[in-house]
Write a protein that binds this ligand. Structure first.
Ligand SMILES: *Cc1c(COP(=O)(O)O)cnc(C)c1O
Length: 404
């Protein structure tokens, strides 16, 4: 069986994890701090906070922004449930909008139509690793007519003076937009380092801080390090220093710090990300593209344009002119040939939790259009060319079986 997205675990990763264990320091410590600095350097931001997951990181940032009951956050209907759940956890309303026709990302026109005086943030999701239209989103939230209807709910929102631009970059570590790297494209970007993501720490995430002046990102970094550790004024490492036992709790904070064991995996992943991981992913994308480009039924995902370069996280193949049921049957035929495939994503409005909140898939035609005929193909470092060819063959046979 060809798996969908296994992590790359080799001797280098195992050795570094072993070293972390043998160091005697296994929670947040030197490796986590080094990982944060290296992510900042990679992404072109000054400060990054490593956390236990994307979900924890984004919720902390929504709360830091003061997003609460009565507020609205705009996001695409086509995303993973985490994107909406963190908004709901804060008591705010996820305002779902539809996609561009040309890619899988949130439509800026749809954002414009959804903005109200209650809108506090827009969350772009870089689906498959392909960056959203961030300049257009910034232009929109900076428009005079839109700024003037923004009602700040606290000092941070007042200082920002407009709708915050957030990036769900769970897929897009290493992606480029107009020469800049994902992490530096929004006010706040959150990465996921979950086991299936491009860069993994088993579970984990990172918050890249890119708040505009006059915000002091270094001060925000310091505040967040306290916020993610129960509001404790000293972390575990600081408390081990001789006689330095007393601490204060300055606010009832969260508990979502990254451990040095996780950071050990991440440091090795990051070190070889540009030299090994991304180039191999690109080769796999190119091989899929060549394999399907002459099939009239194949709709290939965009991954490189003049302005954008994907992180090649998901190969979102679509099959023209089929129903959702036919897509499901094609997937079964592919599985029967020992190839694992997936769907990214089941739109939130078709899932029970969001249906119960009143969201209707009929309101998101482009989201349905993208979802109903989509099949995600395996992409990971250890996938060989022969296996890619096996996937291509399995997909072709399955499509012909179902479509005739
Ligand atoms: C994986 C994923 C998340 C959640 O990441 P965790 O680290 O598991 O919390 C959020 N958004 C998208 C689009 C994802 O794919």
């Amino acid at each position: 069986m060809i798996p969908f997205s296994p992590p790359r675990i080799d001797k280098r990763v195992i050795d570094e994890v072993t070293k972390a264990l043998e160091s005697g320091w296994i929670t947040t410590g030197p490796r986590t701090k080094e990982f944060e600095k290296k992510i900042s350097a990679y992404c072109g931001v000054e400060h990054t906070v490593a956390v236990s997951s994307w979900t924890a990181g984004m919720e902390v940032m929504l709360r830091w922004l003061g997003i609460t009951e009565g507020d609205e956050v705009i996001l695409p209907a086509y995303t993973y449930c985490a994107s909406a759940n963190v908004i709901l956890h804060c008591g705010a309303k996820p305002v779902m909008v539809d996609l561009n026709t040309s890619d899988f990302n949130i439509s800026v026109d749809a954002i414009r139509k959804a903005i109200t005086p209650r809108t506090k943030a827009v969350m772009g999701v870089d689906i498959g690793g392909f960056p959203c239209d961030y300049d257009e989103i910034y232009n929109l939230v900076n428009e005079e007519g839109i700024r003037s209807q923004f009602i700040p709910g606290n000092e941070i929102q007042k200082q920002l003076g407009r709708i915050a631009v957030l990036s769900d970059a769970a897929h897009s570590f290493g992606a480029k937009y107009k020469g800049r790297t994902s992490g530096s494209l929004a006010d706040i970007t959150v990465f996921s380092f979950h086991a299936v993501k491009n860069l993994t720490t088993a579970e984990g995430g990172a918050i890249c801080l890119n708040m505009p002046s006059p915000f002091d990102n270094e001060q925000i970094y310091k505040d967040l390090c306290i916020k993610i550790l129960h509001g404790q004024s000293k972390d575990a490492l600081a408390k081990t220093q001789k006689g330095n036992w007393r601490y204060d709790v300055v606010e009832p904070g969260f508990k979502c710090n990254m451990t040095d064991i996780q950071a050990a995996i991440g440091l090795i992943e990051l070190e070889r990300y540009d030299s090994e991981n991304l180039p191999r992913r690109k080769e796999i994308f190119d091989r899929y593209e060549n394999g399907f480009k002459n099939d009239s039924w194949a709709i290939l995902p965009p991954h490189t344009t003049e302005e954008k370069t994907s992180s090649y996280h998901l190969y979102l193949l679509r099959i023209d002119n089929i129903t959702e049921g036919e897509r499901d049957r094609i997937m079964q035929e592919i599985f029967d040939q020992d190839v694992s495939v997936n769907v990214h994503f089941q739109p939130l409005p078709i899932l029970t939790a969001y249906k119960n909140l009143g969201y209707l898939i009929e309101d998101f035609p482009e989201t349905w259009n993208k979802y109903h005929n989509e099949i995600s193909l395996p992409v990971y470092y250890d996938l060989s060319d022969e296996q890619v060819d096996q996937v291509i063959g399995a997909v072709k046979r399955a499509v012909h079986q179902v479509k005739g």
